[in-house]
Design a protein around this ligand. Structure first.
Ligand code: FES
Length: 164
C-alpha cells in the first residue's frame, strides 16, 4: 500500500447535465451543486469544477473555497473503506496519537490520504461524539471504542484478508 494513484480520464457529461438541470447557477446553489457532483462522481474532481465554472461563469476560486471549507466535500477519490480516527482531547489523553500512528504506518498513508490500491482512506476528526469510549475509531461507519494500536492493526489486516 502506498501513495494515491493517478486519476482516470473523466466523463464531463454528467456534470454538464447537472448544471443544465440546476440552472440558473448562482452563488446560492454552490453547495447543492457540489453535493450533486459528489453524488455523481464519488468525490468532487478538480477537472469537473473547472468545466462547471467555464460553463456557468462561476469563479473557480469561489467554488474551490466552498469545496475546501466544508468537510463533507472531497476533492480526491476516497478508498472503499473509510477509517476515521479521533484526535480530540478525550481520545488524545487516552492514546489516540499512538493509534493514529499505527493506522498511518499500517496503511502507509497520511491523514486525508488513500492507499494506492484504493482500499482505504484515512481521516482524522476533531471529535467523533463518543468521548466516553475514547480512544475512538470509526471504520465504515462502525464505532470502535477503547482501541489500541494492536486492535487497529488486526482490524485493518482482517479487512485486507476479506478483500483478497
Ligand atoms: S474526543 Fe474522541 S470521540 Fe470525542
Amino acid at each position: 500500500m502506498g501513495a494515491t494513484s493517478m486519476p482516470e480520464a473523466l466523463d464531463l457529461g454528467p456534470a454538464l447535465r447537472i448544471v443544465e438541470e440546476m440552472s440558473p447557477i448562482t452563488d446560492s446553489v454552490i453547495i447543492p451543486l457540489l453535493q450533486r457532483l459528489q453524488d455523481e462522481y464519488g468525490h468532487v474532481p478538480p477537472d469537473v469544477v473547472l468545466a462547471v465554472c467555464r460553463r456557468t461563469g462561476l469563479p473557480a476560486s469561489r467554488v474551490y473555497g466552498v469545496a475546501t471549507f466544508y468537510e463533507q466535500f472531497h476533492l480526491q477519490p476516497r478508498g472503499k473503506h473509510l477509517v476515521r480516527c479521533c484526535r480530540g482531547t478525550a481520545c488524545h489523553v487516552r492514546g489516540a496519537p499512538r493509534v493514529i500512528d499505527a493506522v498511518r504506518s499500517s496503511l502507509n498513508i497520511e491523514d486525508g490520504g488513500t492507499t494506492e490500491d484504493g482500499l482505504f482512506s484515512l481521516e482524522t476528526v476533531a471529535c467523533l461524539g463518543a468521548c466516553a469510549l475514547a480512544p475512538v475509531v470509526v471504520i465504515d461507519g462502525q464505532y470502535q471504542g477503547q482501541v489500541t494500536p494492536r486492535k487497529m492493526e488486526s482490524a485493518l489486516r482482517r479487512i485486507v484478508k476479506e478483500e483478497s
